[in-house]
Every structure is written in C-alpha cells, then in structure tokens.
Design a protein around this ligand. Sequence first.
Ligand SMILES: Cc1cc2nc3c(=O)[nH]c(=O)nc-3n(C[C@H](O)[C@H](O)[C@H](O)COP(=O)(O)OP(=O)(O)OC[C@H]3O[C@@H](n4cnc5c(N)ncnc54)[C@H](O)[C@@H]3O)c2cc1C
Length: 334
Amino acid sequence: MAGFEDWLVHARAHGLDTRMMSRADVAAQITGSEKPWVGGLFTPSDARAEPWTAVPLLATGAQARGAVIVENCAVRALDLAAGRVAGVVTELGRIACDQVVLAGGAWSALFARAHGVIFPQLSVKATVLATEPLPEVFRGNAADDDFAFRRRNDGGYSLAPGASHDFYIGPDAFRNFGAYLPVLKKDFRSTIFHPAAPAHYPDAWFTARRWAADAPGPFEAIRVLNPAPNPKIVADVQARFAECFPALGRPKLKAAWAGMIDTMPDVVPVVDRATAVPGLVIATGMSGHGFGIGPGMGRVVADLVAGNATGHDLGRFRLPRFTDGSKIAPGPSL
Ligand SMILES: Cc1cc2nc3c(=O)[nH]c(=O)nc-3n(C[C@H](O)[C@H](O)[C@H](O)COP(=O)(O)OP(=O)(O)OC[C@H]3O[C@@H](n4cnc5c(N)ncnc54)[C@H](O)[C@@H]3O)c2cc1C
C-alpha cells in the first residue's frame, strides 16, 4: 500500500483520477473473491482495448492520413551518407529519407548495434491466456502479485501471471548483466532462466551481429517473434484464478500465447535522437506498456521527428542515460 501511495504522487501530478481503495472498496468492486486484499489502487478512467481490434484500426487511421505501411519487408540496414541517414536498405530495395525512426521492439538493440549505437535492451518472454466465457466479477482490469486479469468482449478473461516470465540467456544478457542487477535481484525468483534462446531470436547465441545489406539477414530469418507460451505458467495462472474465485472454478482455456517483452534496466523506454547517427530517432524499450502508451508515444515521436515541440520533458527517456554516469533508477511501474 505504501508503494501505491508513492505511485499516487505521479498519478496526481498528471491529472489522473487514481485513488486508494480500502479493503471494503475492493470487496465491493471485485465480487466473489476469497482473497484477503488489504486494499488497492484504482483508476476509474482507465480503459482497456483489444489489440486485435485496436491496432488494425490505428493502422487504417494512419493510412487515411497519408501513412504508407509496407508489411513483410525487413529493413536490413540504414543507408548512410557522410555518417548521416540518407535512407534505409530494405529487402525490396532502398527507400531514401533523411530521418528514420527505429521502433523495432525486441529487435531494436540488434539493429542499432550494427550501426554503432549501443543500448542495454533485453527481452523476457511473457505468457498470457484467454478463458472461455465466465460470469463477470469485475468489469475492468485488475492485478496483484499473483495474476492479472481483464474482462474480454467475448465474455471470458485474459489472464497473465503477476510476475513470472521466461528469460533466454545470450550474449546481450552477459554484456548488460551489471546494468540489470537491480531488477534481477527483484525478479530473480519469478524468472525462469533458459541457457539459450530459440534459433534466430534477437539475443540467440548464433544470431549474426553483423550482416551485409545486400543479403537476407536476421530480420528475415524470423518475420514475427511469436514464442510458444509456457504451459507451466498457463496452468499456474489457471490455478491461481480458481483459488481467488472459487465459485468460478478452474477456468477453461480458450487460447494461450506469448511474446517477447523488450525492456530497459530502469524499465523506462528510450525516446531520443541517436546523436552518433544524425537522422536516427530511437523509440523502443516500451517495457511491457507499449500497447497502452503507444498512441502517446507515437504522437511524441512524430513531433520529435518533425522538429515540433513535443510538449513533454523527454529527459527521463534519453538514450545517453546508460553511458553518461547517470544513476539508473527504476521508473514508477505498477
Ligand atoms: C504477452 C504480452 C502482453 C502484453 N500486455 C501489454 C498490456 O497489457 N499493456 C501494454 O501496454 N503493453 C503490453 N505488452 C507490451 C506491448 O505489446 C509492447 O510494449 C509493444 O507492442 C511494443 O511496441 P513497439 O512498437 O515498440 O514494438 P513491437 O510491437 O514489437 O513492434 C516492432 C515491429 O517492428 C518490426 N521490426 C523489427 N525489426 C525490423 C526490421 N529490421 N525491419 C522491419 N521490421 C522490423 C517487428 O517485426 C515488429 O512488428 C504486452 C506484451 C506481451 C508480449
């Protein structure tokens, strides 16, 4: 609860309607639970959205405003002229431009390193499941240390573990070990370590770190980073849900999936110009919150590229914070 009180300070500073909840408040909102929550933090204006619906709609909206979206086309490298961006080399040919936004999710650090821009991005595998329809216990989204859930349009719930995730050890894990020590200490027990990532993953042992722009590279070896869900985590979350809501019982599985969540040592994104490569803007490391903050990030990055005032102090998101001796303090995360 003390941690929530700390977070409330940030919420208030940004005009959110977040408030603390007592034990009775929680019991009134989330019905049918046997769990003795002592209280909580609630944001009534919070929203939820179905990615499969929202993302295509955002893409259609961007196209209607003039964006051109090219799918199944890997960018192999930046095209540089006198050290600055002159375009990108894609598998379908060159695109001339004087600015490029690198927003490649878990692939960003691999791409940037090949151009001498180095930052300590790593990824963890997160497993999620959807249940068959069940009675409603809460209309919104809720999370505690054991599991998180949100009501779905199809009448089921999306469920995720509170903290458990898989981590594949690779060269970047060793390189960035020191930077991640604080989060590692915190997350050690909830992390399932594996000695190697599947072949061709961004930090797999044998993934090329250098490649030629005129031949297929790592971004063509895997088109969509779509790891298999961890069945142990799926079963564990089903059990925790059943313990929390005994009247609903063990939820029937409708689907399970996983993805690689890209993160930074302070769990704060990087949104900045890469000064070593003029014309390159980096927007990555969304640290598990990129769906929610995506539209806002997109707006800020568009202004950054266009040279407009972004309306925000982007100091917290600066790229050199990992190399200029700044103290790396974890950001306010729920
Ligand atoms: C299981 C799971 C649950 C999550 N739940 C939530 C949630 O509840 N709320 C929330 O806010 N966030 C959530 N996230 C996090 C969110 O999905 C990410 O933060 C967000 O998708 C990151 O967006 P992005 O645009 O930075 O990267 P991405 O969505 O990864 O997009 C990057 C794209 O760039 C492409 N790409 C990379 N390199 C190249 C290249 N060289 N050439 C061409 N294309 C390239 C990739 O193929 C990819 O399509 C979740 C993530 C996972 C995995």
